[in-house]
Design a protein around this ligand. Structure first.
Ligand code: C2E
Ligand code: CA
Ligand code: CA
Length: 450
């Protein structure tokens, strides 16, 4: 036990009452920045455990040892007046606080360490209480359980390493990656790092490609190809989605002109993120682009995006439909499906989510869902597209079910404009689509279950 006599601290720091600012300049700086912190951004949890509890108990006796944690909590409250300090056990205090700066945690840990350099007056005797600190930092929205678990893990490490350990829940490599990617995205459009690929939709009865879907990709200078699922959600959070989608519309309009010059008149479908359906600025800019170009576009929207703000979404979809943009409902079946909304939407196409299509010929349930969706869409005067068609067997089954169009790796992966032009010129897909009934005979047992 480090039992430090009073004398050593004469002229030093009084034992009770002082705020952190009295302790020393390191802690004073710490306290200043701590107080400047606001209540958002990061949340922190520090577990302070009495490291020399067993030794103190032997010396002081159990009743007094059991109340040591009260002294510890009081000392920490003095050091960090803006935090919430609670006694979490006989040997452990919990310190919680928020800040906009990640650095606030290091500052707080330093402040606690400084505060415990001063001995405690216990029943007239001077004793050092040594604390070990395990801490965790997380983004403000992260759940508390996660934070506690990380702090506990940090405390376990602190016990063996004999230094304060902080674990960063938010600062996992993936989270840092996301932040960096979000920052880069803002510049990606100006630097022309984005590009479009197109995936055709084949009309089964007409055996013809009537439209293509534009899918955005990002050629990142250091990471290489980044796919949309990794950056569209970031763009939605940062509002870069507006500029990104307007760029996509412009690019698609230009590419449509190139396709037409090669003899291919195709409607180009663009994915429209939900947040944009209620954005009047976006709606008027998008309409202006489409109207002045005379392009033949389609917008793919999800039902979930309509459910967010149905009144403005439905009004804006009517504006789009009014200027000749074909509305398609994307990912049908993947999210919340609401027939009430479906009927109100000026949609001409319903795209069955690939979730149901990729397993179509191996599942008992999915053919039933797909079949009833096709019937429903037809009853509502919509054409049906099945996305994620990867096999001839799935294509054959869909054809028999009355599905109007198919899209998927079986026909083509998303490809660059030049490759699309070549693909259309070549016309090989027609033979594939013409073969549609042949493989179906082999599937009779699967379909009989329906
Ligand atoms: P989505 O609209 O459902 O697009 C279809 C996704 O499925 C594409 O992935 C496509 O490459 C993939 N896919 C196509 N055929 C098959 C198949 O036969 N099997 C399988 N397993 N997958 C297939 P991608 O290109 O990575 O796009 C992912 C999502 O990113 C899209 O899903 C769409 O929601 C979003 N997205 C893409 N481009 C844009 C855009 O310009 N704006 C917005 N807001 N979202 C976009
Ligand atoms: Ca889509
Ligand atoms: Ca889809």
């Amino acid at each position: 036990m480090r039992n430090v006599p009073h004398e050593q601290f004469k002229g030093g720091v009084p034992l009770t009452g002082p705020r952190l600012v009295d302790l020393d300049s390191r802690a004073a700086r710490a306290h200043d920045s701590f107080c400047q912190a606001s209540q958002s951004g990061w949340r922190f949890l520090v577990l302070a455990e009495i490291a020399n509890f067993a030794v103190l108990r032997r010396y002081l006796g159990r009743p007094r040892a059991d109340t040591l944690i009260v002294d510890v909590a009081a000392r920490i409250r003095d050091a960090l007046p803006d935090s919430r300090v609670e006694i979490a056990g006989r040997e452990v205090a919990e310190i919680a606080f928020e800040s906009e700066a990640r650095l606030a945690l290091d500052v707080a840990i330093a402040a606690i360490e400084v505060a415990f350099e001063v001995p405690f007056d216990i029943d007239g005797e001077s004793h050092m209480i040594n604390v070990q600190l395990g801490a965790a930092a997380a983004a403000a929205h992260r759940d508390e359980v996660h934070l506690i678990e990380e702090a506990e893990r940090a405390l376990v490490d602190a016990r063996t390493e004999h230094v304060a350990i902080a674990r960063d829940v938010t600062g996992s490599p993936a989270a840092i990656d996301r932040m960096e990617l979000a920052q880069d995205l803002g510049r990606a459009i100006e630097r022309e790092e984005l590009f479009l690929q197109y995936q055709p939709k084949v009309h089964l009865r007409r055996q013809k490609i009537t439209s293509v879907e534009a899918l955005v990709r990002w050629n990142h200078p250091t990471r290489g190809l980044v796919l949309p699922n990794d950056f569209i959600p970031l763009a939605e959070e940062s509002r870069d989605i507006v500029a990104l989608t307007l760029w996509t519309i412009r690019r698609a309009i230009k590419d449509q002109v190139s396709l037409a010059a090669h003899g291919h008149d195709l409607r180009i479908f663009i994915n429209i993120a939900g947040a944009l359906l209620a954005d009047t600025g976006f709606v008027s800019l998008a309409c202006a682009l489409v109207e002045t170009s005379g392009a033949q576009l389609g917008f793919e929207i999800t039902e979930t995006s309509v459910i967010r703000d149905p009144d403005s979404a439905i009004a804006n979809l009517n504006v789009f439909a009014g200027i000749g943009i074909v509305i398609a409902i994307d990912d049908y079946g993947a999210g919340l499906s609401s027939l009430a909304y479906l009927k109100q939407l000026p949609a001409r196409e319903l795209k069955i989510d690939k979730l149901f299509v990729t397993q179509l010929t191996s599942s008992n349930r999915d053919p039933l869902i797909v079949r009833s969706t096709i019937d429903l869409a037809h009853a509502l005067d919509m054409e049906v597209v099945a996305e994620g068609v990867e096999t001839q067997a799935a294509m054959a089954l869909l054809s028999v079910m009355g599905c109007d169009m198919i899209q998927g790796f079986l026909i083509s992966r998303p490809i660059n404009l030049e490759a699309l032009i070549h693909f259309l010129d070549d016309g090989k897909y027609q033979a594939l689509a013409a073969d549609v009934r042949a493989p179906f005979n082999r599937l009779a047992t699967v379909w009989k279950r329906g």
